[in-house]
Design a protein around this ligand. Structure first.
Ligand code: XUL
Ligand code: CO
Length: 437
């Protein structure tokens, strides 16, 4: 496989001193960190939609990307050639996984029947390429947002036949994911939301969404798909009010509809920031409910208010993410999917390598830094000390449920004032992290 990126070798690990732009300086797949190989900590995936379907088109300008393998008009043959290019790229990069939407990998036909046949034909090719390269499918999903039929939503549409079409589409996408050995299946609620309550029955729409997910769980059980289901929170874009606003809203939704046994969350950095949160906040919220499933790794731009889907290069961010992921015991069967696109101005195929190499290295550094912080232990000791009033005496009695308002009132009437507060030492906590960066 050396047809589409003939000038690029398999990307080697050369170490931090290397100035070779086509080498890893930190990501060393088999290097052990906390007893696990880096490749198993991350389970990196390439996002088919951005990397192989992104054109560089924006609301103000035409496509810019040079993709020599693309024919002027899409077809099943073109989709198969694109898949060859994709697998050459992913293998040379050394990412173990990829992710797709059904409509990324194969073109829509005139009818659902024709569309399904197109999908089957390309899935045959993907199956062969997976076998030839060893690249695996981290997750599949259905695109329930691009086609105009989904303008009012898919599972939350006011049009019952649109709901039925979405169900048929997810059924087929689940079958394709099962056939390709996908380890997860994702739902991002692209147009599951609304613009105005004047024309929206919110409760009815959410009931439909809950029912839709139960149908997916039932069908997965029927066909023997044992992968992990994931919901991906996002607060806005394309709709004004997205139902899956953030991790907290998704947790509440899953629990309300009795779905929390079957689903976890796929947390995306730029979605967290659009919701007014940090990535750390969203990861911790999901994890503390036992619902952290997978990560869509990217970043936004603090000066731009939309979903810029940039490749992550910020070492503070990757350190924060890895501290939380390590604390909660890792992500498998989830992984780190680069839901990120090269800038419109970075239009050459080689830019796809620069983007992914930089992001994998940024996460590898974050992992090494986080492991060093954990091995040192000072940060953890400071955190434990901050809560020490809860470890014995009064705090322990409150936590164990022995005391109520009356006992606590009696105690405070006696004491008059609680013990003096200690400094929060935020600056010192930040300095300890910086010691390792
Ligand atoms: C959209 C987004 C999607 C999902 C998959 O913002 O993140 O690409 O990850 O549908
Ligand atoms: Co995403």
């Amino acid at each position: 496989m050396n047809e589409h990126f003939p000038d690029v070798p398999t990307i080697p690990f050369e170490g931090p001193q290397s100035d070779n732009p086509l080498a890893f300086r930190h990501y060393n797949a088999d290097e052990q960190v906390e007893g696990l190989a880096m490749k198993d900590h991350f389970r990196f995936a390439v996002a088919y939609w951005h990397t192989f379907r992104g054109t560089g088109q924006d609301p103000f300008g035409a496509p810019t990307m040079q993709r020599p393998w693309e024919a002027p008009a899409d077809s099943v043959d073109n989709a198969k050639r694109r898949a060859e290019a994709a697998f050459e790229f992913i293998s040379k990069l050394g990412a173990p996984f990829y992710c797709f939407h059904d409509r990324d990998i194969a073109p829509e036909g005139e009818t659902l029947k024709e569309t399904n046949a197109n999908l089957d034909a390309v899935v045959d090719t993907l199956e062969r390429l997976q076998e030839a390269t060893g690249v695996r499918l981290l997750w599949g999903t259905a695109n329930l947002f691009s086609n105009p039929r989904f303008m009012h939503g898919a599972a939350t549409s006011c049009n019952a036949e649109t709901f039925a079409y979405a169900a048929a589409q997810v059924k087929k996408a689940l079958e394709a994911t099962l056939r390709l050995g996908g380890e997860n299946y994702v739902f991002w609620g692209g147009r599951e939301g609304y613009a105005t309550l004047l024309n929206t029955d919110m409760k009815r729409e959410l009931d439909h969404l809950g029912a839709f997910f139960h149908m997916a769980v039932d069908y997965a059980q029927k066909i023997g798909f044992t992968g992990q289901f994931l919901i991906e929170p996002k607060p806005m874009e394309p709709t004004k009010h997205q139902y899956d606003f953030d991790a907290a809203a998704c947790v509440a939704f899953l629990k309300t509809y009795g779905l929390d046994e079957h689903f976890k969350l796929n947390i995306e950095t730029n979605h967290a920031t659009l919701a007014g949160h940090t990535m750390g906040h969203e990861l911790e919220t999901a994890a503390m409910h036992g619902l952290l499933g997978s990560i869509d790794a990217n970043r936004g731009d603090t000066l731009l208010g939309w979903d810029t889907d940039q490749f992550p290069t910020d070492i503070y961010l990757t350190t924060e993410v890895m501290l939380i992921v390590l604390k909660h015991g890792g992500l498998a069967p989830g992984g780190f999917n680069f839901d990120a696109k090269v800038r419109r101005e970075s239009f050459e195929p080689i830019d796809l390598f620069h983007a992914h190499i930089g992001a994998m290295d940024a996460f590898a550094r974050g992992l090494k830094i986080a492991a060093a912080i954990r091995a040192d232990g000072a940060l953890d000791e400071m955190l434990t000390a901050r809560y020490s009033s809860w470890d014995s005496g009064l705090g322990a009695q409150i936590e164990s449920g022995e005391l109520g308002f009356e006992e606590l009132e009696r105690l405070m009437l006696e004491k008059g004032e609680p013990a003096a507060n200690e400094s929060g030492r935020q600056e010192l906590f930040e300095n300890v992290v910086n010691r390792f960066i």
